[in-house]
Design a protein around this ligand. Structure first.
Ligand SMILES: [Zn+2]
Length: 312
């Protein structure tokens, strides 16, 4: 499949605009608000990203989460429920407010439950400031000084919410640094040249033959987006040293992979299901309605701040 490079260029433009805004507000105020950053991102990536916002939010249901749908020209698509968070520098250490709670409960639990409802992958978009703001923070073992290619693109990064839940279980103190190291720069999701590691040693693929090529071979388009997010949890799972459960479960109709391994490892849910249920053979009807400007039922539109469609 050939991928149109226009989305990658648009996401780079969007990320640079967000970097600039974060740098401005960090200097003015020492901080920035995360919600306007999503707006700046979409505005600068249009028309390759189409944002559709809703104004009748049911207070406290989920918060300001967006549904992001990545769609190939073939119609194959990948859905995420995305919550925005800032990487904050506090007295020389790093934090992200992952454990925020409102009257309905911890926000992370609500995000995971809402993603179950929408049958998409729960994720964070991390607004990490520009490289100057991140002085002293490393993106992990591939980090290079004085200039790191990955860190240059990391101002807007994406991370699986299931991975975040696991980082919090390991250590609340290092969760922000772990999150930054495991997150993928947003524009990498649409970059056909991005590094993709084969997940050949995954303990589970052998009992689901149709998954094998997805895990082993290079992916493009919506499959690439799903794979880069799945790689985050797959890497963590392999380090868990726990036998994989052989059971599979039915994910439901309309999905690219209708049956997925039920294995949870030390995660709270099947990590296959949590991410790969987002891969669908075509956009759900509510996304097509939103795209065409039709009004969505309030029980749906009231739960999210908006829908963004990324045209791969
Ligand atoms: Zn780096």
């Amino acid at each position: 499949m050939t991928v149109d490079p226009a989305l990658l260029a648009a996401l780079t433009r969007g990320r640079r605009a967000v970097d600039e805004s974060m740098a401005f507000w960090a200097q003015q105020n020492g901080r920035w608000d995360e919600e306007p950053m999503t707006v700046i991102l979409c505005q600068n990536a249009a028309p390759h990203v189409k944002p559709i916002t809703f104004n009748k939010r049911q207070e406290g249901v989920i918060g300001a989460d967006w549904l992001w749908w990545w769609v190939d020209p073939s119609g194959t698509c990948f859905g995420m429920l995305v919550q925005a968070k800032n990487l904050e520098r506090r007295k020389g250490s790093w934090s992200v407010d992952f454990e925020h709670a409102n009257k309905s409960g911890p926000q992370l639990d609500l995000l995971l439950r809402a993603a179950d409802l929408f049958q998409v992958a729960p994720a964070y978009v991390l607004y990490c400031g520009d490289t100057n703001y991140r002085t002293g923070l490393s993106c992990g073992f591939r980090h290079t000084e004085p200039i790191c290619d990955r860190c240059t693109r990391a101002g807007v990064s994406i991370l699986s919410a299931l991975a975040v839940q696991y980082f919090l279980l390991l250590s609340q103190d290092s969760a922000a640094v772990d999150a930054f190291a495991h997150a993928v720069p947003l524009e990498d999701l649409a970059d056909p040249k991005v590094r993709q590691r084969p997940l050949w040693d995954d303990p589970n693929f052998s009992n689901v033959p149709e998954l094998r090529s997805f895990l082993v071979e290079r992916q493009h388009g919506a499959f690439q987006v799903a794979k880069l997010l799945f790689t985050q949890v797959s890497k963590l799972r392999r380090a868990q040293m726990l036998m994989a459960a052989p059971r599979r479960f039915d994910v439901g109709s309309g999905k690219v992979f209708p049956h997925l391994p039920a294995d949870r490892g030390h995660f709270s849910r099947s990590y296959y299901g949590n991410i790969l249920r987002g891969l669908r053979t075509e956009l759900p009807s509510y996304v097509r309605d939103a795209e065409a400007g039709r009004v969505l039922p309030s029980e749906l539109a009231g739960r999210i701040a908006g829908i963004a469609i990324f045209y791969l």
